[in-house]
Design a protein around this ligand. Structure first.
Ligand SMILES: Cc1cc2nc3c(=O)[nH]c(=O)nc-3n(C[C@H](O)[C@H](O)[C@H](O)COP(=O)(O)OP(=O)(O)OC[C@H]3O[C@@H](n4cnc5c(N)ncnc54)[C@H](O)[C@@H]3O)c2cc1C
Length: 378
């Protein structure tokens, strides 16, 4: 998120420096190379934004998959919901993109702007703010001064803590198990999701006969899945997905990510703003974490670009405008993903019946479905 924000702010005419504790990892994104286990479902609105920054065109189109439909199944046969891009008047619901390829495209776009964007692969270790500027000290002893520091440093944001901004964290005690598989059947550009007793299983289409799995499940079950040999894991996922794509074959090692909800009531402090996971952490069941982050970036760039001539970028009313503009989208996604997670984690039979008939009811309401799709596509 930091690289995207830095590029967008630099293009808007601001002098920017990028600090990331982690050096960029070299990635192989040629057609024959292994597939990245971390993939994102990027909304069409964010893809258009990345295109406006010259990033999207740097992705190898052979490794980007359009999602044209989505099929969601509850834990009873009656619970079924499907979305189609065509029905909502869209070309696609999302694009599946590898995380490494996206980061590489961002770095290439930054390198090719022709303007210097100072980058430091060091941790930030101290933040001082006064009336005129913020001072950020890096682990190597360097001191950076800026009108504004934007924390895009992830769910455990150091900037958030240094600025005294609170995060209310709920641990889901779940892990997102991710892995890629080859499929026997064609996925036909469809994404699948199953709300099961043991969590939420999603299969996202990748180019060719491949899918990327995210199985959000109790930490102990996740440990058991991660410990399985390749064939047994593929067998488990084939069975859990009711064989809709035929027999699966594991093509990348599985990895696990702990899942939590973090609500950050205030996104700004004097000369500090938060964006990306530093500003919100949501359950991956809607595939919206990175999309929320890109929408933060779009809004912050919009607000800063619209400031009055000579107005300070760290001006409090300006930052408050950004915070207010982002509130509704973030809260909708936090409540939506948390509500769905809780609804499907609940055991009582009457709740199970209600949630499945609720899905079937939504499925019969084309207007509501179009509204939901259009929100997710932004
Ligand atoms: C299993 C799973 C599947 C997901 N699938 C999707 C999906 O399909 N679609 C989607 O939209 N989202 C998805 N998400 C969410 C998405 O992964 C996150 O929202 C996104 O990665 C957050 O990006 P970020 O840049 O804000 O934070 P991060 O990716 O965490 O990056 C933070 C950066 O800050 C740096 N940093 C940290 N501390 C410091 C410091 N003190 N000084 C300097 N640098 C520092 C780190 O080195 C790192 O580079 C998924 C999440 C999970 C767990």
């Amino acid at each position: 998120m930091g690289a995207c924000l830095a590029l967008a702010l630099q293009r808007s005419g601001l002098a920017v420096a990028l600090v990331d504790a982690q050096a960029p990892q070299p990635v192989s994104v040629s057609a024959g190379a292994d597939w990245d286990t971390r993939v994102y479902a990027i909304s069409p609105g964010n893809a258009a934004f990345l295109e406006s920054l010259g990033v999207w065109r740097r992705l190898d189109s052979q490794r980007v998959q359009r999602v044209e439909s989505m099929i969601i199944a509850g834990d009873r046969p009656a619970g079924r919901l499907s979305f189609s891009a065509y029905d909502a008047g869209l070309r696609e619901l999302a694009f599946i993109v590898e995380s490494g390829a996206l980061q590489q495209a961002l770095r290439q776009a930054i390198a090719e702007t022709g303007q210097a964007l100072p980058s430091f692969n060091e941790s930030a270790i101290s933040l001082q703010v006064d009336a005129d500027c913020a001072r950020l000290e890096l682990a190597g002893g360097r001191l950076l001064q800026a009108r504004l520091v934007v924390g895009t440093d992830g769910g455990d944001s150091w900037v958030r803590q240094a600025a005294g901004l609170e995060a209310r964290v709920t641990d889901y005690r779940q892990t997102g198990v991710v892995a890629n598989f080859e499929t026997a059947e064609n996925h036909r550009a469809a994404a699948y999701q199953w709300f099961r007793d043991d969590g939420v299983l999603a299969l996202l289409p990748l180019p060719g006969r491949r899918v990327s799995m995210v199985w959000s499940t109790a930490a102990e079950h996740a440990q058991a899945l991660l410990a399985l040999p390749a064939e047994a894991l593929a067998g488990n996922v084939t069975e859990a997905s009711a064989g809709v794509l035929g027999m699966l074959r594991l093509i990348t090692p599985a990895a696990g990510f702990p899942l939590r909800l973090a609500h950050v009531p205030k996104l700004v402090a004097p000369r500090v703003a938060l964006a990306g996971d530093a500003a919100h952490n949501v359950h991956p069941l809607a595939g919206q974490g990175v999309n929320l982050g890109f929408r933060d970036v779009r809004e912050l760039v919009r607000v800063l670009s619209a400031r009055a001539p000579g107005q300070d970028c760290g001006d409090r009313p300006l930052l408050r405008r950004y915070e207010r503009a982002r509130r509704e989208d973030i809260i909708t996604m936090e409540l939506g993903t948390d509500g769905l997670q809780k609804l499907f984690a609940a055991r009582p039979v009457w709740i199970s019946g209600a949630r499945n008939s609720g899905m079937a009811a939504v499925d019969r309401l084309p207007f509501l479905k179009t509204l939901l799709i259009r929100h997710a596509a932004a």
